[in-house]
Write a protein that binds this ligand. Structure first.
Ligand code: DGY
Length: 345
């Protein structure tokens, strides 16, 4: 009977889908991230492993699993926690969960941009601490930059590090805000053509004022954007791509939003840049080293950073769809069938 190792209970529906098969199911019994030692102890002889983004799938785990392992399924679109090369060299398939979370993450990207620009976290803290009667309404109280051209300017540029599905969904949401220009540096796989960019602009022309979408260098991304969204996959090649040299080039009124991966940003450099006013504010759903981020973290302490605990895909519907897809990827991988959604290495 094939053995499958599951690092987290995925909800009744997804678990039932796995249990329909005659598998030996070994599942981490607690409602928290599986202990690494438990994963290593139980991996031996597995044909499939199902993980979340908290579990490292590396040489050590794959060696413990041994040559029987056919597929790894991750309940995430991100794969920074998976050593792709190690899987490729062993011909182990990787299933992941793109598409189903695109809208949920794009929604949070917009929410973070607005929260950061409009000092929402600070405003909430004032209300919750009973301070509203003291601050009252002031002509320039709580003011931050507008997400869009606003009443006095004619242009607004949205920038993207990575221009995959979630960036495109984020840009579509920004078009009714009056965005006039969009720029991107694609640090992921593949490069778009100018024709594709023109077609995107034409497709959404009727919904706003978007005039141009174009590829730019990283330096241009920093200098031209009024808001920058970080939606690249992460990993060693992009670690700390957002650091002092980038931050120094940003507009003082710009907002940095990271719904992608924490490792893209040098946290100390960002906290310093916010302190010095090189950019206006940051909205972060992810931070390097998460979830071990305490109130002592420089970005949690920064009054200009809005920090959320990695909730980009956290709608009930999206998480259910991710769990379902992860379960189906696992089952197909173990049965030697094509994976519903396979990461092509
Ligand atoms: C993913 O799936 O990679 C997301 O970060 C989860 O929200």
């Amino acid at each position: 009977m094939p053995k499958v190792l599951i690092s987290r209970h995925l909800g009744a529906d997804a678990m039932a889908l796995i249990a329909e098969n005659t598998f030996q199911i070994v599942i981490w019994p607690e409602d928290r991230t599986a202990d690494r030692a438990w994963l290593l102890e139980n991996a031996s002889g597995c044909q499939g492993i199902l993980v979340t983004l908290n579990d490292k799938v590396d040489e050590e785990l794959l060696s413990k699993a041994g040559p029987s392992l056919k597929a790894v399924s991750t309940m995430s679109v991100g794969y920074e926690h998976v050593r792709i090369q190690e899987l490729a060299s062993r011909s182990i398939k990787l299933g992941y969960t793109p598409d189903v979370l695109t809208d949920a993450v794009a929604d949070v990207a917009i929410m973070l941009a607005l929260m950061a620009a409009r000092n929402a976290a600070y405003g909430l803290s004032i209300v919750q601490s009973g301070g509203w009667p003291n601050v009252g309404w002031a002509p320039f109280g709580f003011c931050g930059p507008q997400l869009g051209p606003g009443p006095t300017t004619k242009s607004f540029t949205a920038g993207f590090l990575g221009f995959g599905r979630i960036s495109q969904a984020t840009l579509r949401r920004l078009i009714p805000f009056g965005v006039t220009h969009a720029v991107y540096t694609d640090s992921g796989r593949g490069r778009r053509t100018e024709d594709e960019d023109t077609a995107f602009v034409e497709q959404y022309a009727a919904f706003g004022q978007l005039k141009q979408l174009k590829w730019v260098s990283l330096d241009e991304l920093a200098a031209e954007s009024d808001v920058v969204f970080l939606l690249a996959p992460g990993g060693e090649s992009t670690r700390h791509i957002i650091s002092t040299p980038f931050l120094q080039k940003m507009k003082k009124t710009a907002i940095l939003v990271n719904p992608g991966r924490g490792t893209l940003v040098d946290s100390d450099a960002l906290a310093d840049a916010l302190d010095k006013g090189w950019l206006y504010a940051a909205g972060l759903d992810v931070i390097e080293g998460e979830p071990n981020v305490t109130t002592e973290h420089p970005l949690v302490k920064s009054p200009r950073a809005t920090v959320l605990p990695h909730i980009g895909s956290a709608t009930t519907e999206t998480r259910a769809a991710m769990a379902d897809l992860a379960a189906r990827n696992l089952v197909a991988g173990v049965l030697g069938e094509p994976l519903p959604v396979e990461y092509m290495m």
